[in-house]
Design a protein around this ligand. Sequence first.
Ligand code: FRU
Length: 477
Amino acid sequence: MILLMMIANHLFSQKVYHEKYRPQFHFTPFNNWCNDPNGLVYYNGQYHLFYQYNPFGNQWGHMSWGHAVSKDLLYWTHLVPAIKEENGVMIFSGSAIIDSNNSAGFGKNAMIAIYTGHTDTLQTQNIAYSINEGKTFQKYIHNPVLNLHQKDFRDPNVFWYEKNKRWIMSVSHPNEHQIEFYQSSNLKNWVSLSKFGPTGDISGVWECPDLMQVPVEGTHQKKWVLFISQNSTMQYFVGEFNGQYFINENNTPTILKQDDGLDYYAAISYHQSPYKNPITIGWLNNWNYANNIPTTPWKGIMSLPRSLSLKKSKDNYILIQQPIQQLATLRTQRFDYKEGEKIDFKGNVFEAELIFYPAAKGKSGIKLAVKNNHALDIYYDADKKIMCINRSKTNASFSKTFALMNTASAPIELQNGQLKWHIYFDNSVVEVFVNDGEKVFTVQVFPDENETGIETYATTGKIKIEKLTIWKMKSVW
Ligand code: FRU
């Protein structure tokens, strides 16, 4: 009997987290639907990842906060859902803080979640507290703490503003394309400070704001950055926050995007984290087809944690995003290829660094998940001076919208004639960090198991490879 159980356990662990398309070094829930990361907070040696979760199925619905913890942002332990839908009120997105001064009176170092309570006719801001490091939460009995009697009013993100000794909340009026700022001394009574917007990209509803200070590379300076998700991409504004207003210094009408791919949304940063730079996590999916992606028994992936900084460019401060360094500990076998060598590496779970001189004309780049006529095509177009990811030659049979949304592109400047791509491919998602994080492209892709080849190419002339290193990656599951 015991032997049988051991064999069953072994078979179970072989299969779970090794299903078709299952990412191996990105976070996914054990089963069921997930969307936005919520309440990212560090406390007592642990990074908490709460997330929009459906405890009952693999489609959006019954939104609650799922919960996982990690000591290193690589390996995660799943915990039971932290805050659950109750009496028809769903738990929408929000943030969490550690109340080290007991400002709310729930206890010193209480973990407090600030979230939107959602029904079909009303969205309000609410709080829940935990005095056992996030294991269980109590909803505050006098909820809601902020009610404008509006149908759309959501995604509160709260941080401590030391200068005024106040909590600041950024919260979204989605249809007005406005973020409103509030302040509070106890997380229960909130006073409006100002509104920001509409400006920049107002093509979709505004959701999931996050206001934070980001260091400027090569200086001791920090600037305030406001991140906004607008269905289904993200934008950011750089400027100052004076305790009342956010003052945008972007050189408009330029729209600054956090990710130029098709599947990056609702990213927020860790609160009270030990890192010098903000660390963000985003949801790697797109509302236009999110419910139809062909993964089971889970849906939804979290991005690799990204470390943020700013760089001054000609007209604007530009966001620099780098995958956290400890990802390198997941590297196993290493493959180096020289100019002209055939790439014999096969696989769909790897990290790659490619430095190359693109051909002077036409398209040049790399194809991943190659087999017969199928491939994910990542290239630089020298005629248009853009970088492009094209997934039109990959499996899209599960959704017409996914099939139509098959290309992402953005202008790119070469550095001394070169391009540098840092690629993380993880079964059904790819994140490409360009020129040390000046741009990032994230897209989902659903290749078959045998579509595992890699090829570099140029349509006209020659691509010159300066460096191509590929590492197989360990699974964190
Ligand atoms: C963003 C979002 C939020 C909302 C949540 C609901 O993806 O639409 O505005 O709180 O998802 O799951």
